[in-house]
Design a protein around this ligand. Structure first.
Ligand code: TTP
Ligand code: MG
Ligand code: MG
Length: 415
């Protein structure tokens, strides 16, 4: 039966993830291990020994004792039931013959840079998602929107294949790519045909390819939310898509329940973000003369408040909120002290920052004179961002909202 030709989606987003990354990098160094069950996760003591005849002696998992865990394993080891985060002793019961290797993070970082550079030559719009994965916006890559014969997705498939080839020749490693209309679906799709996979999915494929999968395959549904959904008898993404929104609202609160529903329907309009987000934003000032907390209190207070106001306007201009507020003090003689605290809810306004920074200041001995004062806001987020790590708490946020705005008389020191 002829399927209707799917229309080309507005966006063509790829997710690329390297196959058994750390283990595959180790196989480049020890090619004789190809096809064997290999586990990365040992200590330096498990480094292979060079024998006089030029061969290498590897450490067998069966001989391992200790409390280490599997960092990653080759697909041959996974066939024996050995996966990331499993205790090495437990893994040894399942695959005693497997080879254990120590991790070498410098090498992994090196190959990470290599594969990303190779992709960037073909498709420059890349979002870094960690050591072995990236999102790639293929929408404007030349040829990606061209049909090949009757296949409207032929062009993007060819571009994705070119990316895979280029990663392979730059690193000697294979990767898996998912291409779909958005990041959420691409992250799921890249796993569907691992290793060395290429999976292209459109919205028309949602019922057949995505809905049969367990809900946990959605990035943002973790163990807690997954268990809760299980309890509601919602196991697959299709069941989640069919779940009454009222029910989700009841159990997951307004923000997360809407996100769950949209995710199950394959909806996600997050852009591919090419620049890296700042970790924190800060303001600091060095005084013209050292100031004393008691004697120079009015001046210090003014400076402190001004720093918070500048910081708030930096946050607002750049479009961030932050949950961690910190201070930095440098005393005469250059001793530097920092203190911070993390709020329940992210803030952006000067009064909230000033209040939290004031609480930090209470935890510092201020008998020495000060040279420098700084205020920092970290754990940044975007307003309205659905933050998967906060899942399960969404229902509580209405009641546990951040402490009420400080009344001026409650403001600590420097006021
Ligand atoms: P993953 O991409 O999750 O796993 P992988 O590349 O080993 O295998 P796959 O083919 O399924 O993608 O993680 C990338 C690397 O991150 C992995 O090689 C080792 C490291 N890692 C950890 O250190 N701890 C972990 O729990 C996991 C899952 C990975
Ligand atoms: Mg991987
Ligand atoms: Mg990964």
């Amino acid at each position: 039966m002829a399927e209707p030709t799917p229309a080309l989606p507005d966006r063509l987003i790829a997710h690329l993830d390297m196959d058994a990354f750390y283990a595959s990098v180790e196989l480049l160094r020890y090619p004789e291990l190809k096809g064997l069950p290999v586990v990365v996760g040992g200590r330096r003591a498990h480094t292979p020994r060079e024998l006089p005849d030029g061969t290498r002696q590897f450490f067998k998992l069966a001989d391992y004792t200790g409390r280490g865990v599997v960092t990653t394993s080759t697909y041959a080891a996974r066939d024996l039931g050995v996966f990331s985060a499993m205790g090495l002793m437990k893994a040894a019961l399942r695959a005693p013959q497997a080879i254990l290797l120590p991790a070498d993070f410098d090498s992994y970082r090196h190959y990470s840079r290599l594969f990303k550079a190779a992709v960037r030559e073909i498709a420059p719009v890349i979002e870094d998602r960690g050591i072995d994965e990236i999102y790639i916006d293929l929408t404007d890559v030349p040829g990606a929107r061209d049909a090949v014969g009757h296949d409207p997705l032929g062009g993007v498939r060819a571009v994705a294949r070119e990316i895979k080839n280029s990663v392979q020749s730059a690193t000697g490693l294979t990767c898996s790519i998912g291409v779909t209309p958005n990041k959420l679906l691409s992250k799921i799709a890249s796993e569907l045909d691992k290793p060395d996979g290429l999976t292209v999915i459109t919205m028309a494929d949602l019922p057949t390819r995505i809905w049969p999968l367990p809900v946990r395959r959605i990035n943002g549904i973790g163990p807690k939310a997954g268990a809760k959904l299980d309890g509601l008898d919602i196991h697959t993404i299709g069941e989640l898509a069919a779940a009454p929104q009222e029910l989700l609202l009841q159990h997951f609160g307004p923000g997360y329940s809407v996100w769950l529903h949209q995710a199950a329907w394959g909806l996600d309009d997050r852009p591919v973000v090419t620049h890296s987000e700042p970790v924190s934003i800060s303001r600091e000032t060095t005084f013209e003369r050292d100031l004393h907390a008691k004697r120079d209190r009015p001046e210090l207070s003014r400076i402190f408040t001004a720093l918070c106001e500048q910081l708030a306007s930096d946050l607002q201009r750049k479009g961030y909120l932050g949950r961690t507020i910190g201070i930095k003090l440098r005393f005469e003689g250059f001793r530097t002290v920092t203190r911070d605290l993390t709020l329940e809810e992210p803030v952006q306004d000067a009064a909230s920052i000033r209040h939290a920074a004031g609480l930090c200041l209470k935890r510092v001995d201020l008998s020495q004179r000060l040279r420098l004062l700084g205020v920092r806001v970290g754990k940044l987020s975007r307003p309205g961002e659905v933050e998967p790590p906060r899942r399960g708490r969404a229902a509580a946020t209405a009641e546990d909202a951040s402490p009420a705005r400080p009344k001026p008389e409650n403001l600590p020191l420097f006021n």
